[in-house]
Write a protein that binds this ligand. Structure first.
Ligand SMILES: [Zn+2]
Length: 100
């Protein structure tokens, strides 16, 4: 079948676009980032700029951290496993006040 690219052009040859299947001269096509030879006019899709972004490391450290001294207060005295010896008072249910 005769197409629009079927003419003599010295130093050129015909190729088929991998996407649309039409015949073009080789200089009217390009190799896309997908590896396909596609026509520049209709089928070429540049790679999206978002694909070239690099993530930044999320620095989550606390800048003025102090070591754990072990004296963190009494905590709730009515929660099993959180009440501390010497802090828990039977019948005391206030969560965030020290009973002592
Ligand atoms: Zn094409």
């Amino acid at each position: 079948m005769k197409g629009r690219a079927d003419y003599l052009k010295l130093g050129s040859h015909n190729v088929i676009c991998d996407r649309c299947g039409r015949k073009y001269k080789v200089e009217e096509t390009t190799i896309e980032w997908t590896g396909l030879r596609v026509c520049k006019r209709r089928c070429y899709e540049p790679r999206h700029p978002q694909e070239f972004l690099k993530g930044r490391k999320d620095d989550q450290h606390v800048p003025d951290a102090k070591p754990d001294t072990g004296n963190q207060g009494c905590g709730p005295s009515n929660v099993v496993g959180q009440a501390k010896v010497g802090c828990a008072v039977v019948g005391f249910f206030d969560k965030w006040k020290s009973p002592l």
